[in-house]
Design a protein around this ligand. Structure first.
Ligand SMILES: [Zn+2]
Ligand SMILES: [Zn+2]
Ligand SMILES: [Zn+2]
Length: 241
């Protein structure tokens, strides 16, 4: 965190250095990202992502959409619009915050996107089937996503039973855990761990971690053996599942 001198923010462990939360999902043919954070450009450069087919948004908060402008590099090299998937609420924010992308009179070099609306139904991006999962961030509806045996949920603190059914059977769950203390719109560490246990998920990683959660290594030791804190650059291979 900017201007903070706490033990996490000054830690030399690379796993205590966290950019804003996002994941990249890749099949043989298709590469997509969930959310374009303010760190999107840094993340794509770090991972040397040369091809990107789509962006899928979870919700309209700035830490999940701010990097959208930087998809213009993919427009330039791929010679086509970026396929962007979002619910209505997020689309309203995109139109407001990136008004120039949607203007009639476009100046050269601005991002070019093809907007798709996510409903409550599964959809396919390239060769990747995607199941949206509705979760709540205080009162804001947020989309989690399931890809085969993998589910990603961020910025939630409540999930209705009917949506929990869509997560069950996942081999790997990535879910948000902000800190140990309660928070108004994020699961805390215990709530996230309880969810993993309730849904009987064999392997889980926590994401969207605040510096208030404590050091990566210390927190990991407090967690059950099937749960770890995620870290920037973590790769999960689910080929064949
Ligand atoms: Zn700090
Ligand atoms: Zn949020
Ligand atoms: Zn967030």
């Amino acid at each position: 965190m900017i201007a903070c001198g706490c033990e996490v923010c000054t830690s030399r462990n690379e796993k205590d250095k966290r950019l804003r939360s996002s994941i990249l999902v890749q099949s043989e043919k298709t590469t997509l990202v969930i959310d374009t954070t303010p760190d999107f450009r840094t993340q794509m450069l770090r991972e040397n992502v040369k091809k990107l087919d789509a962006v899928i948004f979870t919700h309209p908060h700035k830490d999940h959409i701010a990097g959208l402008d930087d998809i213009k590099a993919y427009n330039f090299f791929q010679h086509k619009p970026m396929e962007v998937y979002a619910n209505q609420l997020t689309q309203e924010a995109l139109r407001r915050e990136f008004y120039y992308i949607f203007s009639e009179d476009k100046y050269p070099g601005i991002p070019n996107i093809n907007l798709h609306t996510i409903s409550d139904k599964p959809f396919i991006v390239g060769d990747i089937p995607v199941t949206p999962i509705l979760v709540y961030h205080l009162k804001m509806p947020v989309l989690g996503f399931r890809f085969g045996k993998f589910t990603y949920i961020t910025d939630a603190n409540r999930i209705e039973d009917i949506e929990k059914e869509k997560i069950k059977g996942s081999e790997v769950l990535v879910v948000n855990a902000l800190r140990k203390k309660d928070h108004i719109s994020h699961f805390n560490l215990k709530q996230a761990a309880d969810l993993v246990e309730e849904l009987k998920i064999p392997k889980a990683y926590f994401t969207h971690i605040s510096h208030q959660l404590g050091l990566h290594e210390d927190t990991n030791q407090e967690l059950p053996s099937n749960i770890q804190l995620a870290w920037d650059g973590l790769k999960i291979d689910l080929k064949g599942s």
